[in-house]
Design a protein around this ligand. Structure first.
Ligand code: SAH
Ligand code: SF4
Ligand code: F3S
Length: 436
C-alpha cells in the first residue's frame, strides 16, 4: 500500500470557512489524504481565505510567499487557494503567484479532489447548479462535543461595504431533511451543541415538509432531536428576526440565550449610506422584543467605524447605541474599502480619525464585557466541557451565555454538561468550581 498523502489546511476568516475546511478535509480524505499540522510534511497545502477586509486578503499573499522555499524543495507539492479570495480574484492569484496550482471558489468544493488529481494549473470559481453539499462526503471524523453546521449560504442584502454577496453568491438554503440528517449523524458521534451557520442565517427558507421553512421552524425541529442539548445560530440580520424566531427564544429550551446581531452603526444617516435598510430604533425594537421573551439573553454585535462620511456626531450615536443596548461582547472593525463595493467609490474618513474612534469604541465594548463577566461571579451556570484545561484537574468549556469557563473538576469528561459556580472573572474567561 502506498503511504497516505498529507494535507495541511490553514483557515482564515469566519466560522463558515472553518466548516468548509472540515468538509474539504473529508472530501480529500476519501482520496487518500490525511490531515497534518506540520506544513513541511504536506503533499498538499490548502489556504482557505477571507476577503472581508484588505488585511485579511493580503495575508494570503504573504503566506504564499512563505511557502515558496517549500515548493522549491518539493516540486510535487500542490498548493491550493480556496475561500472568498479565490472567488474574488480567480486566476489573477496564479498570475501574481505562479506557485499556486489550484484556485477553488466556495461553491465548487465538491470538485476539489478532481482538481487536485488534474495536471497543470486549475481554476474553478463557478456557481454550479448542483448543491456542493450533495456531493461532499458525510462527516465521519471523530469529533468534540460542538459542531458548526451550514444551513444557509450567500447574501442578497448588499450592504454598501461588503464583499460577501459577491464572494458567496445569492442566498441559498439547504433543505430541512439534509440538515436534520447531518444533525442526527453529528449527535450520534458525540456532538451535544450545534451552531447553525449562514451569512444571513435568519433569512433561512429551506425546503421542508409542506413548503419553505423559517429558521424558527427549523430550530423547533432540531429541539426534538434526542441528545442535542444546545442550539445556536449565526449570523443574523436585524430585519430578518421574525415573530416565530423570536418566540423560539422564549420556548425552545435548547436555544441558547446568546445572539450575535450585527448592527454596524448607531447612526441613522450612516445606516442608510450602508444600505442596511433598518434604523437604530428598528434595532432597539428587535432587542426589546427578544428580551421580552428571554430576559437573560446576551447580545453581541459587529461595528464598522470610519465608514465614508461618518462624522463625530454619527460616531457619538454609535457609542450611544452601545450604551443603551449593553452588549455581552462585540467586534469592531475599521472600515476597509473593498474593490467592487459601492462604498469604495466614496471619500474615506482620515485614517487617524477612524483609528481613534475604533479605540474609543473598543474601550467601551471591553468595559461592558468585563462588567458582564463580573456580574456572573457567584452565580451557578451550566458548562459544556469541550476539552481538558492546561492545569491538571481542570476542564474548559462554554456557558449557556457563551462565556469561556475554566472549571476545577478532577473527574470531568469532555462532552459533559456540568453545573458550576463562578468564582472569578479574568480578561477573557470565568473560573469556576463544579457543584453537580
Ligand atoms: N454575514 C455577516 C457579516 C460577515 S462579515 C453579517 O451580515 O453580519 C463580518 C463583519 O465584518 C461584518 O459584520 C462587518 O462588521 C465587518 N465588515 C464587513 N465588511 C467590512 C469592510 N469593508 N470593512 C470593515 N469591516 C467590514
Ligand atoms: Fe455583508 Fe450585509 Fe450581507 Fe452581512 S448582510 S453578509 S454585512 S452584505
Ligand atoms: Fe471572509 Fe468570506 Fe467569511 S469574506 S468572513 S471568509 S464569507
Amino acid at each position: 500500500m502506498t503511504e497516505a498523502k498529507k494535507l495541511f489546511i490553514k483557515t482564515y476568516g469566519c466560522q463558515m470557512n472553518v466548516y468548509d475546511s472540515e468538509r474539504m478535509a473529508e472530501a480529500m480524505g476519501a482520496d487518500g489524504y490525511t490531515l497534518t499540522d506540520v506544513v513541511e510534511d504536506a503533499d498538499m497545502v490548502l489556504l482557505n481565505t477571507c476577503h472581508i477586509r484588505e488585511k485579511a486578503s493580503e495575508k494570503l499573499f504573504s503566506d504564499l510567499g512563505r511557502l515558496r522555499p517549500l515548493k522549491d524543495a518539493k516540486p510535487d507539492l500542490k498548493i491550493g487557494v480556496a475561500g472568498c479570495v479565490a472567488q474574488a480574484e480567480g486566476a489573477e492569484i496564479q498570475r501574481r503567484m505562479p506557485l499556486v496550482d489550484i484556485v477553488v471558489g466556495p461553491q465548487a468544493y465538491h470538485r476539489l479532489p478532481a482538481l487536485a488529481r488534474a495536471k497543470g494549473p486549475q481554476v474553478d470559481t463557478e456557481f454550479p447548479a448542483e448543491d456542493k453539499f450533495d456531493h461532499l462526503p458525510e462527516r465521519k471524523a471523530l469529533r468534540g462535543p460542538t459542531a458548526f453546521l451550514t444551513v444557509q449560504e450567500g447574501c442578497d442584502k448588499f450592504c454598501a461595504f461588503c464583499v460577501v454577496p459577491y464572494t458567496r453568491g445569492a442566498e441559498v438554503s439547504r433543505p430541512v431533511d439534509r440538515i436534520l440528517r447531518e444533525t442526527r449523524d453529528l449527535v450520534s458521534r458525540g456532538v451535544r451543541e450545534v451552531t447553525l451557520l449562514g451569512q444571513n442565517v435568519n433569512g433561512y427558507h429551506g425546503l421542508g415538509e409542506g413548503g419553505s421553512w423559517t429558521l424558527g421552524r427549523l430550530i423547533r425541529a432540531l429541539g426534538a432531536v434526542e441528545g442535542l442539548e444546545r442550539i445556536r445560530y449565526m449570523t443574523s440580520h436585524p430585519n430578518d428576526m421574525d415573530d416565530d424566531l423570536i418566540a423560539a427564544h422564549g420556548d425552545v429550551p435548547q436555544l441558547m440565550p446568546y445572539l450575535h446581531l450585527p448592527v454596524q452603526s448607531g447612526s441613522d444617516r450612516i445606516l442608510k449610506a450602508m444600505n442596511r435598510k433598518h434604523t437604530r430604533d428598528d434595532y432597539f425594537r428587535v432587542i426589546d422584543r427578544i428580551r421580552a421573551v428571554r430576559p437573560d439573553i446576551l447580545f453581541s454585535s459587529d461595528f464598522i467605524v470610519g465608514f465614508p462620511g461618518e462624522s463625530d456626531a454619527d460616531f457619538a450615536d454609535t457609542l450611544d447605541l452601545v450604551r443603551r443596548v449593553g452588549f455581552g461582547q462585540s467586534y469592531s472593525f475599521k472600515y476597509s474599502a473593498r474593490p467592487g463595493t459601492p462604498a469604495a467609490e466614496k471619500a474615506p474618513v482620515p485614517s487617524e480619525v477612524a483609528d481613534s474612534r475604533l479605540q474609543q469604541l473598543q474601550a467601551l465594548i471591553l468595559e461592558q464585557q468585563r462588567a458582564g463577566q463580573e456580574a456572573m461571579v457567584g452565580r451557578e451556570v451550566t458548562v459544556l466541557y469541550e476539552k481538558p484545561g492546561r492545569q491538571p484537574g481542570q476542564m474548559v468549556g462554554k456557558s449557556d451565555h457563551l462565556h469561556a469557563v475554566h472549571v476545577n473538576d478532577a473527574t470531568g469528561k469532555v462532552g459533559e454538561l456540568a453545573q458550576v459556580r463562578v468564582l472569578a472573572s479574568s480578561a477573557n474567561s470565568l473560573s469556576a468550581v463544579r457543584i453537580s
